[in-house]
Ligand binder design. Structure first.
Ligand code: AGP
Length: 620
C-alpha cells in the first residue's frame, strides 16, 4: 500500500511534499521519491530506505538540477513505495518516467495487464528502466501526449487501457501548472486550498495545510490546477464532487478517520485481497505465479507432498490452504505449528514443498522450521507480506501477500490476504497437475475475483449487526467456537481474535469432536459461535448445533445468505455473501473479527496494542 502526494500552488513544493510523505509513513514503505517541475524541466530524486535517505539524497544535491533549479518548484509529486512488483531498488522507486522524461507518475496499487502493455510499448520503442508494473502508465500517457493530446486527454486515454486496482497522479513538463490523477479502487483524495491544491492517497498528507477535502470516486479522473479542481469520467463527462470539512486530529487521520488501526485494517481487507490476487488472476482461466523464483511449474507439477508451517493466525490461514489444496490439486498436505515442527525431527526432504507462512517474515519459530526443511533437502516457499524480510531470504521462492503494513497486533487484512494466497497456490497446482476441469478452474478464478467486492459489501452491511450481538455478550466469561472442514480454521481464527484483544477465555473445536469432551463446558449462559456456511458438511454442522442447543447454550451462527436452514437452529445468525463453498471462509472470518473487535471495545480495551502481545514474535 504505497503513499502518493501531489502539490500545485504558489509555495515551494519540495517541503510540502516531503512533509506529506512523512504523514504517510504509517502506511509502511521501503523506498521513496520526489519529482519537481520548474523552468520546463522535471527532475527526480529517489532513495531506498526511509525518508531520511531521500532527504539526504536531496540535501547532497544528488538531484543536481532539483537542488539547483533557478526558482524553487511550486508543483511536484512524491511517493512512498511498499514493494509488490520488483525488488527494493532505486530504479524501482517512484516517480517513474517515460523514455523522454517528460511525463512522471506516482502510483499506488497494481496494474493487472502491465505485462502485455509493456511488451507492446517496448515494441514501439519505449525504454523501460524498472521492474515495476507502474512504469507502463508513464509510457502510455507519454504516448498519447506525443500524439498532441493534452495531459488530461492523455491520462483519460491511458486509463481506458489499464486494468487493475490502482490510483496514480501524473505530472508533465509541457504543463507546469497541472496535475492529473485517476482512481480505480485504490484511494485518492483532494485537499482544497486557496490558490493551491493537494492530491494524496490519504488525508493526513495535507491535513497540516487544509481540512477541506474532496473524495475522488472510483473510475474518476481529477484535474488539479492552482486555482481549481475538476472531476470527470474517463470518457470526459464532467462531475461535481462535494466538499467536506474534516475535523480529525493527526492521530485519527493516521487511522484514516477510524477509531483504531485494527478497525481501519478490517476495512482495508477488500483492497488487501484485490491486490493479492490482481495480476495473478488477470488471465481469468487460470492463475499466474511466475514470480516464485526457483519454484517453477515443473517443480510444482512434481511436488510429492506439501508441508505448511506457521504460527498464530498464519497457521490458521495455512489450514484453509490445506483443505483447498487437497480438494483442488489432490496433493497431500501436512500442517504443523512451526514451534512444534522444528523440534519434532520431521521426516522431510527432496520432493517436498515446505510452505512457511509469516506476514512479518520475521517470526523465529517459522524461520527455524523453514531453515530445517531446507537443510534436509526440501524446497521452501515463503508466503510473506514484507519484502526483504528474513523469510524471503530463507526460501527458494516467495509468494507475496499484498496487504500493506499492518499496525494492529491482531492480524486481519494480512490473514485474509494469506488465505487468498493459499487459494492462488491451490488453483495453480490444480491447473499444472490437471486435477480440475478447465471450466471448473475458470469458474473458481471468477469467484475468487468477486471476493473483494463481497468483502466490502459485507463489512458495510454487517458491522452494525455484529455490534448489536457484541452488546449482548461483552460480559460473558467464556466462548466456544465450532467449525467443520474448512470452517474449522475460521472458528480457530475467530477464537484467537477474541482471546488476544478481549482477554475472554475461548475454546475452538472441530464440531464433530465436541461430544468427546468440550460439550461438558456448556450451560445456558455459554455463547457458542458456529461457522455454518454452505459446504458439503453443513448438515453435520447443523446436527452439532442441535447438540449445543440441547444443552441450553446460546448459538451465534455464521451462515450463507439465502440459506434459511441454519436460522432455524440458531439464536442469532450473521449472514455472509454466497460464493463457492471453499471460498466462503475468507468471508466468514469477517463477522468474527468484528465480533471480537466490538466486544473488546465495549470492554474499553486497547485493541491495537493488546497486553502481553507483540506484532512480530522474534523470540525463540
Ligand atoms: C495474530 O493476530 C497474532 N498477531 C499472531 O498470532 C501472529 O499471527 C503470529 O505471531 C504469526 O505472525 P507472522 O504471521 O508475522 O509470522
Amino acid at each position: 500500500m504505497c503513499g502518493i502526494v501531489g502539490y500545485v500552488g504558489a509555495r515551494e513544493a519540495r517541503g510540502i511534499l516531503l512533509a506529506g510523505l512523512g504523514q504517510l509513513e504509517y502506511r509502511g514503505y521501503d523506498s521513496a521519491g520526489i519529482s519537481l517541475l520548474a523552468d520546463g524541466r522535471i527532475d527526480s530524486v529517489r532513495a531506498v530506505g526511509n525518508l531520511s535517505h531521500l532527504r539526504a539524497a536531496l540535501a547532497e544535491g544528488d538531484g543536481g538540477a532539483v537542488a539547483t533549479q533557478a526558482r524553487p518548484a511550486t508543483i511536484g509529486i512524491a511517493h512512498t513505495r511498499w514493494a509488490t512488483h520488483g525488488r527494493v531498488t532505486e530504479e524501482n522507486a517512484h516517480p517513474h518516467t517515460d523514455t523522454g522524461d517528460r511525463v512522471h507518475v506516482v502510483v499506488n496499487g497494481i496494474v493487472e495487464n502491465f505485462l502485455e502493455l509493456r511488451q507492446r510499448l517496448e515494441a514501439a520503442g519505449c525504454v523501460f528502466r524498472s521492474e515495476t508494473d507502474a512504469e507502463v502508465i508513464a509510457h502510455l500517457i507519454a504516448g498519447h501526449t506525443g500524439e498532441g493530446e493534452d495531459l488530461t486527454a492523455a491520462v483519460r486515454a491511458a486509463y481506458r487501457e489499464l486494468r487493475g486496482h490502482f490510483a496514480f497522479v501524473a505530472l508533465c513538463a509541457d504543463d507546469p501548472e497541472l496535475l492529473v490523477g485517476a482512481r480505480k479502487e485504490c484511494p485518492l483524495v483532494v485537499g482544497r486550498g486557496d490558490g493551491e491544491q493537494f492530491l494524496a492517497s490519504a488525508v493526513p498528507a495535507f491535513l497540516a495545510y487544509t481540512r477541506r477535502v474532496q473524495l475522488v470516486e472510483n473510475d474518476e479522473i481529477v484535474i488539479v490546477r492552482p486555482d481549481g479542481v475538476e472531476f470527470m469520467t474517463a470518457d470526459g463527462e464532467r462531475l461535481e464532487r462535494d466538499l467536506i470539512e474534516v475535523d480529525w486530529d493527526a492521530e485519527t487521520a493516521e487511522k484514516g478517520g477510524y477509531e483504531t488501526f485494527m478497525l481501519k485494517e478490517i476495512h482495508e481487507q477488500a483492497d488487501a485481497v484485490a491486490e493479492t490476487i490482481a495480476d495473478r488472476t488477470a488471465r481469468g482461466d487460470g492463475i499466474d505465479l511466475g514470480e516464485l523464483g526457483a519454484i517453477d511449474d515443473e517443480l510444482l507439477r512434481g511436488v510429492r507432498r506439501i508441508v505448511i508451517v506457521a504460527c498464530g493466525s498464519s497457521y490458521h490461514a495455512g489450514l484453509v490452504g490445506r483443505y483447498s489444496i487437497e480438494e483442488w490439486a489432490r496433493v497431500p498436505v501436512e500442517m504443523d505449528v512451526a514451534s512444534e515442527y522444528r523440534y519434532r525431527n520431521p521426516v522431510v526432504g527432496s520432493g517436498d514443498l515446505v510452505v512457511g507462512i509469516s506476514q512479518s517474515g520475521e517470526t523465529a519459530d517459522t524461520l527455524a522450521a523453514m531453515r530445517l526443511a531446507r537443510e534436509r533437502g526440501a524446497t521452501v516457499l515463503a508466503v510473506a507480506n514484507v519484502m526483504g524480510s528474513q523469510a524471503t531470504r530463507e526460501a527458494h521462492g516467495v509468494l507475496f501477500t499484498r496487504a500493506g503494513l499492518e499496525i494492529g497486533v491482531a492480524a486481519t487484512k494480512t490473514f485474509v490476504s494469506q488465505v487468498a494466497a493459499m487459494y492462488l497456490l491451490g488453483l495453480r497446482l490444480a491447473e499444472l497437475r490437471g486435477t480440475l476441469a478447465p471450466e471448473r478452474l475458470t469458474e473458481l478464478v471468477g469467484q475468487l475475483k468477486q471476493l473483494p467486492h463481497q468483502i466490502d459489501a459485507l463489512i458495510e452491511r454487517a458491522e452494525a449487526q455484529v455490534a448489536a450481538v457484541a452488546e449482548e455478550h461483552w460480559r460473558d466469561q467464556f466462548f466456544l467456537y465450532l467449525g467443520r472442514h474448512v470452517g474449522l480454521p475460521i472458528a480457530l481464527e475467530g477464537a484467537l481474535k477474541l482471546k488476544e484483544i478481549s482477554y475472554i477465555a475461548t475454546d475452538a473445536y472441530a464440531a464433530g469432536e465436541m461430544k468427546h469432551g468440550p460439550i461438558a463446558l456448556l450451560d445456558e449462559r455459554t455463547p457458542v459461535v458456529c461457522v455454518a456456511t454452505d459446504s458439503p458438511v453443513l448438515e453435520k454442522v447443523i446436527s452439532n448445533v442441535q447438540e449445543v442447543r440441547a444443552r441450553g447454550a446460546h448459538v451465534i451462527a455464521i451462515a450463507t445468505e439465502g440459506n434459511a436452514t441454519v436460522a432455524a437452529h440458531a439464536d442469532q445468525v450473521l449472514y455472509v455473501p454466497s460464493n463457492d463453498w471453499m471460498l466462503q471462509p475468507i468471508l466468514a472470518v469477517i463477522p468474527l473479527q468484528l465480533l471480537a473487535y466490538h466486544i473488546a471495545r465495549r470492554r474499553g480495551l486497547d485493541v491495537d496494542q493488546p497486553r502481553n502481545l507483540a506484532k512480530t514474535v522474534t523470540v525463540e
